[in-house]
Design a protein around this ligand. Structure first.
Ligand code: AMP
Ligand code: GLY
Length: 425
């Protein structure tokens, strides 16, 4: 079967790498892809939001399955458009994608489904948001309601900073129209984890747990990024907690989506805070996480194409997934300056050597080909991912490979997986 994968990040390279191992894969096309996906199939120069062009390409090339990585094309209705012309597509409909694209929708659905989340209020006017924040002398989290490339959340320990954050989002429009509406939430304390599940509308298959590292600096200091590294499994998610997350979060949200007339199909990602009072939802995403996908798919032994098809055919109950018991650690190498401004076009060396380290895969994210060289072309450039018999060994291998790779201004956190190692002590 020929497959069209939509996206160009590290997550998509990991999906392409895994699909390329599938028994039933014919040709793999990635639109627009990156030099990493080009190693797994053929890249096609169509942007992720050029929906008509994607549909035309899929029809002309007899695509048997389309797989959509990022949230923007999902929210824009790419799955609906493909299905309308009879092409099977993995991912939620535009209406179901509101669960990520509209945080106010998600908050309301969580409330009506009795899912534990931070107390929050929704505001359309800055003056009202300001008055609310000023009335409470507590830390707040201010979130743009719309899509903001994972950067639309500002955690403020001081309410005065909360007011400034709301002003930046609602008045200065730093996230554009995504900030027309904001959610002001209580700040939750605890350790975070990402729980991803395959959902076919009815059945839920929960994948192995993982943990992202959102802030730019070691020790979780500094502004949030798209994610500076991840590992799987996350020891903070014990079996008992996983059970609670299934019962108290995943089952009710999938039921809630059905009740709402927006049935969910695809990967459902719950971002959770493990608080003293149990797991509470920070956000839902309607896709694989990036970089969580890199370590998760390194650990998946089963055929990913089969799982995607089972989801599309509402037969998830007929598949069982096998996982490598070894942990995996992914260290993101980023361009100097990210998540602020950064330069592009820096030549990357050492990729081949790093890729030869045992049980290491170097996933490309923001890279491009330039005159025979691989150069940087984005904030998050590479996701260097390693398996190991222990999390310490996986971490050591990942950094061994990272240290073989060079580009001008390369930056990575040096403490990815430190929390998991501490948990084992
Ligand atoms: P989100 O995109 O909603 O997951 O938010 C991005 C990051 O902001 C999360 O991964 C958390 O680190 C942080 N965050 C979001 N909401 C809260 C909250 N209510 N309390 C504490 N931290 C939060
Ligand atoms: N790693 C966070 C995300 O994919 O949104």
């Amino acid at each position: 079967m020929d497959v069209l994968l939509v996206g160009s990040g590290g997550r998509e390279h990991a999906i392409a790498w895994k699909l390329a191992q599938s028994r039933n894969l014919g040709k793999l096309y990635t639109a627009p892809g990156n030099p990493g996906t080009a190693q797994c199939g053929e890249n096609v120069p169509i942007a992720v939001t050029e929906i008509e062009k994607l549909v035309d390409f899929a029809r002309q090339n007899s695509i048997g399955l389309a797989v959509v990585g990022p949230e923007a094309p999902l929210a824009a209705g790419v799955v609906d458009a493909l299905e309308q012309v009879g092409i099977k597509a993995f991912g939620p409909s535009a209406q179901a994608a509101q669960l990520e694209a509209d945080k106010a929708f998600a908050k309301q659905l969580m409330r009506s489904s009795a899912i534990s989340t931070a107390e929050g209020r929704i505001f359309d006017r800055f003056s009202e948001a300001k008055a609310y924040i000023a009335s409470r002398d507590e830390p707040v989290v201010v979130k743009a309601a719309g899509l903001a490339q994972g950067k639309g959340v500002i955690v403020c320990d001081d309410p005065a900073d909360g007011i400034l954050a709301a002003e930046k989002i609602m008045c200065d429009k730093v996230f554009g129209s995504a900030g027309d509406r904001v959610i002001v939430e209580d700040k939750l304390l605890g350790e975070e984890a990402s729980i991803l599940a395959f959902v076919d509308g009815r059945n839920i298959y929960v994948m192995e747990s993982s943990q992202d590292h959102k802030p730019i600096g070691d020790g979780d200091i500094g502004p949030n990024t798209g994610g500076m590294g991840a590992y799987s499994p996350a020891p903070v998610v014990t079996d008992a907690l996983m059970d609670r997350i299934s019962r108290e979060v995943l089952v009710p949200i999938v039921d809630g989506m059905n009740r709402n007339g927006t049935p969910y199909r695809g990967v459902l990602y719950a971002g959770l805070m493990m608080t003293g009072g149990g797991p509470r939802v920070l956000e839902f995403n309607v896709r694989f996480g990036d970089p969580e996908t890199q370590p998760i798919l390194m650990r998946l032994k089963s055929d990913l194409l089969e799982v995607f098809l089972a989801v599309c055919d509402c037969k998830l109950d007929e598949v069982t997934l096998e996982w490598d018991q070894r942990p995996a650690v992914c260290v993101v190498m980023a361009s100097g300056g990210y998540p602020g401004d950064y330069e592009k076009g820096k030549k990357i060396t050492g990729l081949a050597e790093a890729g030869r380290v045992k049980d290491v895969t170097v996933f490309h994210a923001g890279t491009a080909m330039q005159g025979g060289d691989i150069v940087t072309s984005g904030g998050r450039v590479l996701g260097v991912t390693a398996l190991g018999s222990t999390v310490e060994k996986a971490q050591a291998r990942a950094y061994e490979a990272v240290d073989m790779i060079n580009f001008d201004g390369a930056y990575c956190r040096r403490d990815i997986a430190a929390k998991a190692i501490k948990a084992h002590r």
